[in-house]
Design a protein around this ligand. Structure first.
Ligand SMILES: [Zn+2]
Ligand SMILES: [Zn+2]
Ligand SMILES: [Zn+2]
Length: 459
């Protein structure tokens, strides 16, 4: 169904009637009464009309991700919400069927109630889509993302939202378009920079030509040396003939009219035009403006539903950061090389198919299984043992004071604990172990290389 919006009756859509059923409305509220499901929206009219209808479509709970084309030119801001100018019927048909195919592979869940889910759906249906900012000098931050503003119904800050999405690796930056400094207080980019006296902060400073008499060291404005066309020092009355040998120009070329201080360069004060606060240039916040696209992880969410997050299942293992783990492992490796009676072991657990298990069991059930496994694993660990996660499904345990024999014992115990998990998962879980004790580690590797080598053997 082609939904055609136009202010006036036109026959513009007629050439599409062979391929599409057409429904005509003069305003959005007319369509809203029955919400006829669209395969595509076409809008014809002046800029204001198109802008109004388009904005309502992108903010609608049901049809926000639909294809939208315009017949007439639109404002640059609205262009970023549009799929372009209306193409020929055959091209349009192809575009519609591509979106319908993609729509079928989209995991239909309640995810799309959230604004993040909406964005993922919008981008998923447009594989080559690049999320672009719109530059607007009147806008406090100069840049805005029309699509994000339309999809986020709570009017949240677009840059904040982008940062969250990027942190969660749902989108990835494509091109850096600008790097701008913003007000510390209100994040506006409307700033003015002004030189002030470094002594009293007065703005009343002047660039002035000065001279420096070598005979007595006097520094003063050039005018005071002028004496009937020649240069005479106002203090010691020496005739100054040769620059370089009698006098020169001092580098302190600025003079404060308020406190008479002379100086080479003023201090720079920044004033925000929006909130009128003052700050130093070093206090400004740097904001990078990028174009973005959906990442692999974002696409995975689109066709698989929410990404399974292991971290909550293993919460009770008290993971340390990867950096700390590497640091401690390095230290243990050095120590055990130096003192042969110091032993430790390293143990890795890799879960190869957790995402597939999400398909088999419900989220909640899988989470429960992993939680009880984490509990059993925790009871096997002693206080000085460290654990960390280097990838979503890769756990590492560092066991101090554990030699080869101790490691064999640990292996047996963890094997028992794993048996329970395996039964709970109906033997569908694919897990792999790897371990090494300090006696078998050479001095040639460091912690980083050792972990990389062992992980490689697991994959
Ligand atoms: Zn001053
Ligand atoms: Zn002098
Ligand atoms: Zn401000």
């Amino acid at each position: 169904m082609l939904i055609f919006f136009s202010q006036e009756k036109t026959n513009l859509a007629d050439q599409y009637s062979d391929l599409f059923e057409i429904c005509h409305f003069s305003d959005f509220s007319g369509w809203e009464k029955n919400k006829i499901a669209p395969s595509v929206f076409i809008i014809a009219g002046d800029r204001q009309y198109i802008s109004s209808v388009l904005g309502k479509i992108r903010r609608d709970d049901d049809v926000f991700a639909s294809l939208c084309f315009a017949i007439d030119p639109v404002a640059p801001f609205d262009n970023l919400l549009l799929d372009g100018q209306l193409p020929q019927p055959s091209v349009l048909l192809e575009a519609v069927s591509q979106v319908e195919d993609l729509q079928k592979s989209l995991k239909s869940s309640e995810t799309y109630i959230t604004h993040q889910g909406r964005l993922i759906k919008y981008l998923w249906l447009r594989p080559d889509f690049i999320l672009q900012p719109h530059h607007e000098w009147q806008y406090p931050r100069f840049y805005r993302y029309p699509l994000l503003e339309a999809l986020s119904q709570n009017g949240s800050d677009s840059f904040e939202w982008l940062r969250n999405l990027a942190n969660n690796k749902i989108i990835e930056a494509l091109t850096m378009l600008d790097r701008q400094r913003e007000c510390t207080y209100c994040r506006s980019a409307h700033l003015s920079f002004i030189d002030v006296c470094p002594n009293c902060l007065s703005i009343d400073i002047k660039l002035q030509a000065s001279l420096h008499c070598f005979a007595c060291g006097c520094v003063d404005v050039q005018d005071r040396f002028m004496d009937g066309g020649t240069l005479v020092c106002p203090k010691c009355h020496t005739h100054l003939r040769h620059i370089g040998s009698d006098y020169d120009r001092p580098i302190e070329n600025y003079r404060c009219q308020s406190c008479s201080q002379t100086f080479i360069e003023g201090d720079v004060q920044v004033r925000c035009a929006m909130c009128e606060k003052e700050m130093k240039p070093g206090d400004l916040i740097l904001n990078e403006v990028h174009s973005w696209r959906l990442s692999d992880k974002g696409r995975t969410i689109a066709f698989r539903g929410e990404v399974f997050d292991l971290s909550s299942g293993f919460d009770q293992l008290d993971f340390v950061s990867r950096e700390l783990f590497i640091h401690d492992l390095d230290w243990m490796m050095v120590t055990s090389q130096r003192y042969p009676n110091v032993h430790f072991s390293l143990f890795g657990i890799y879960f190869a198919n957790l995402p597939d298990l999400v398909e088999l069991f419900s989220h909640a059930r899988l989470l429960q299984m992993l939680e009880s496994f984490a509990q059993r694993l925790r009871s096997l660990l002693r206080t000085p043992d460290l654990s960390t996660r280097t990838a979503e499904s890769m756990l590492w345990l560092l066991l101090p004071n554990t030699d080869e024999q101790g490691l064999t014992g640990f292996h047996r115990r963890i094997e028992n604990s794993m048996k329970v998990l395996l039964e709970e998962s109906e033997h569908k879980l694919d897990f792999r172990f790897i371990s090494i004790s300090s006696q078998n580690i050479t001095g040639k590797e460091n912690a980083e290389l050792l972990l990389a080598r062992l992980s490689g053997e697991l994959l």
